[in-house]
Design a protein around this ligand. Structure first.
Ligand SMILES: NC(=O)c1ccc[n+]([C@@H]2O[C@H](COP(=O)([O-])OP(=O)(O)OC[C@H]3O[C@@H](n4cnc5c(N)ncnc54)[C@H](OP(=O)(O)O)[C@@H]3O)[C@@H](O)[C@H]2O)c1
Length: 201
């Protein structure tokens, strides 16, 4: 398969991309400043340009762009909307735009996160982003044309990111990035659609 991994140079992507290549897939890595082709999930024209550049690919994987931490007491509707731009609206844009460019039967595998299902302090935005992504997956799965599929992997904190995140989320049990990679491979190579794969350690 010819596959685009948006955010493929990041923590998950660095393990996922070699795993996909070792299984014979041709992988194009996309990022704002990293990878083979440029895309910024907050800028629709760059998403259009990405699809024009890569052509009719068989799979898109989104492993890019975190939600930011927030303070509920000072949160505003505008800052919440800003926080949703890259990870929620950007991944949604990959699908809404990609449906017109990707090959018949192509798959979209997006990344959400545990805050859709568990409340933790300072991640109202993260929860809203991932909860909205889960709802989007359900609708898109029945609406996408030409036998296209869509799923999401919803990770908890990844073991490789413990140093960065453990102090923000004390007591959160991590998931191994190797386990996550098997979930992404299953979403790309399998035939399921509309699934949220919860990887909560
Ligand atoms: N790490 C964790 O513990 C964890 C836990 C739960 C969920 N997740 C989710 O998993 C996904 C990937 O996480 P990660 O830890 O692998 O991320 P990461 O290490 O920060 O890597 C993110 C990648 O995405 C690219 N990127 C960032 N913003 C972008 C944008 N606006 N447009 C296009 N590319 C962009 C970055 O490259 P450029 O800078 O070149 O653009 C980078 O390659 C995120 O959605 C994250 O929220 C991660």
């Amino acid at each position: 398969m010819r596959i685009v991994v948006v955010g493929g140079a990041g923590t998950i992507g660095r393990k996922l991309v070699p795993a996909l290549r070792s299984r014979g897939h041709e992988v194009v890595v996309a990022g704002r400043a990293s990878g083979d082709v440029r895309v910024d999930l907050t800028a629709h024209d760059t998403v259009e340009a990405l699809y024009r550049e890569v052509g009719a690919v068989d799979a898109i994987v989104g492993v890019a762009a975190h939600g930011a931490l927030d303070e509920f007491g000072t949160l505003t509707a505008n800052s919440l909307a800003d926080n949703m731009k890259a990870k929620f609206f950007g991944q949604v844009d990959l699908v809404l735009t990609g449906q017109h460019h990707c090959a018949d039967g192509a798959s979209f595998t997006l990344t959400s996160g545990i805050f859709a299902d568990e409340a933790w302090p300072h991640v109202t935005g993260g929860g809203v982003i991932s909860g909205a992504l889960h709802s989007f997956i359900l609708s898109a799965a029945i609406e996408l044309p030409r036998r296209m599929r869509i799923n999401a992997v919803s990770p908890t904190m990844i073991d490789d990111s413990k140093d960065a995140f453990a102090s923000s989320f004390p007591g959160m049990r991590p998931v191994s990035v190797d386990e996550l990679v098997t979930h992404y491979l299953h979403c790309v190579e399998g035939d399921e659609t509309g699934q949220i794969v919860r990887a909560y350690g």
